[in-house]
Structures are given as C-alpha cells and as structure tokens.
Design a protein around this ligand. Structure first.
Ligand code: BTN
Length: 259
C-alpha cells in the first residue's frame, strides 16, 4: 500500500501523518497507543491486515490482507462528552459521501454507523473515546471497508449479511484512492463538527440514512426493543416509538431493520 500517494492528496490536517503497518492486531489499538504518547490530532494508522480486528458491541472484524481498508484516526475534539455520538455520525456521513462518489453505489447509513448497500453491510466504524477528568482526551475513529474481497471468502457468520464494493460493482477499486477520498471528506465533516454546526451534520446524516421511518429491532445488552425509528436527536441518539406509544431514546445498540 502506498501511504505517500494518500498523503499527497490530502487537503487538511487529517491524514497529513500516516503510519502504515503491514499487519497489526487492530489499527484502533495502535492509534490509541500513539495518542497516549501525545500524537497529534489527525494522525492516521492504516494496515494491510489485522490479526484482531474489532467491531462494535464486542464483535470481531474480518481483516484479511490485500483486499480491504482498515484505518484509524486520532481526534482530539473539544466537545462535551454527551456529544460524542456525533463523532460517529460525522465519520459515517463522510464515509458514505466519499464512497458514493467513488463507487457510484447507493450507499446508505444504518444507525449509527453501518455503511449499507442492497441491504448488506459494506463497512463499519468503531469509535473509542478516552476520557480524563470527565473531558474527552482523545477519540479513535476506526473505519473498516470491504473493498475487493469476494463475498464467498467472507466468514460464514457474516456471508449472508455482508458485501464488498467489488461484489456490488464487479470492479476492482484502489484502496489508496478510497482512503484518500474518505480522509478528505472527513476533513470537511470534522470542520463542521469543530464549528459546532451539529444540526448541519444531522441533516446530512438524515439524507443518507436507511433507518428512519422503519420498524427496527434493537439489541441493548440483555434487552431487546422493537419499535418505529422516528428521529435522531441533536446529539445523534435514535428515538424509537414503542408499541405502547411511548418514545425511547437509544444511544447505543445493534439495529436490525425489520420492515
Ligand atoms: C462495526 O462493527 O461495524 C465497526 C467495524 C470497525 C472496523 C475497523 S477496521 C479498522 C479499525 N480497527 C479495528 O479493529 N476496528 C476498526
């Protein structure tokens, strides 16, 4: 992978410094180690493969070599901890916009941050926040995108529900090009976040989502909810109307679109 090519095409602070590793346990873990040592906002870690790629909600993330995008970004946003969901919203908007432009696919976002096409998952975002004295010290935003992997080599457990850009388009895509476009889009979206133009981000997210207006099942630890996804609030949380008629605000969980 050519990190120099990516760096040369970057238009902002995010992605000016890129660490490339052939293989890591998880790019999020490496980025967190760098952040602990004081690495600046905008530093990016990319890898050809991960031996312990991590997904949301304690799941693993299939990370074979030579085919996909695995990258993590160090951010140091000055924002209230209660607004942290917006970082994920910001990253998912940026990824969806960049991937729609590069691939021409009709990519949508499933709350909060699954990148979907034809009802299948194409990519995901794992945001990990380090707090100190009730303030955000740093955030690691990890992005995984299935690019050139053939669906039939995806692990059995996700084969039915996952896809890749190559599977959907029938074409091979440059991972460097995708990373460059995603990082440039994150530079733009992160500026919106830093300027606290939160409603603008939420609006963009709403335009790209496939979750609102659907009946959803949400697994929240041991609890499972079913209801109508009616809105996301100004902090990026999902508002679900339950069959009883009451509304519930959800800030994490695994969502399945039912109807
Ligand atoms: C999800 O479950 O949808 C989130 C998946 C996030 C995967 C990416 S790949 C790069 C970074 N490193 C990790 O271990 N996970 C994230």
């Amino acid at each position: 992978m050519d990190a120099e090519y990516i760096k040369e095409g970057i238009k902002g602070a995010i992605g000016k410094d890129i660490f490339f590793c052939e293989i890591v346990d998880s790019t999020n873990t490496v980025a967190a180690m760098l952040a602990e040592k004081g690495e600046e906002e905008g530093t990016v870690v990319i890898a050809d493969s991960q031996s312990k790629g991590r997904g949301r909600l304690g799941k693993s993330w299939a990370s074979p070599p030579g085919v996909n995008v695995y990258m993590s970004i160090v951010l140091r946003p000055e924002m209230e901890t209660g607004n942290a969901t917006l970082i994920t919203i910001m990253a998912s908007v940026a990824c969806a916009k960049a991937l729609r432009r590069v691939t021409g696919l009709d990519i949508t976002i499933k709350w909060p941050n699954d990148l979907m096409v034809s009802g299948k998952k194409l990519g995901g975002i794992l945001t990990e926040t380090r707090l100190a004295h009730k303030k955000i010290e740093y955030v690691i935003t990890g992005i995984g995108i299935n690019v050139n992997i053939d669906s039939d080599v995806l692990p059995n457990v996700i084969r039915e529900s996952a896809t890749s850009i190559k599977t959907e388009t029938g074409k091979f895509f440059s991972r460097e090009e995708i990373m460059k476009e995603v990082l440039n889009e994150i530079n733009d979206s992160y500026n919106i976040l830093k300027e606290k133009r939160y409603s603008e981000l939420i609006l963009q997210w709403r335009e790209l989502t496939s979750t609102l207006g659907r009946t959803v099942k949400i697994i929240l630890g041991k609890e499972t909810l079913e209801g109508f996804a009616e809105a996301i609030n100004d902090k990026g949380m999902l508002i679900v109307r339950l069959p009883s008629g009451t509304s519930r605000t959800v800030h994490y969980g695994g969502v399945t679109l039912l109807r």
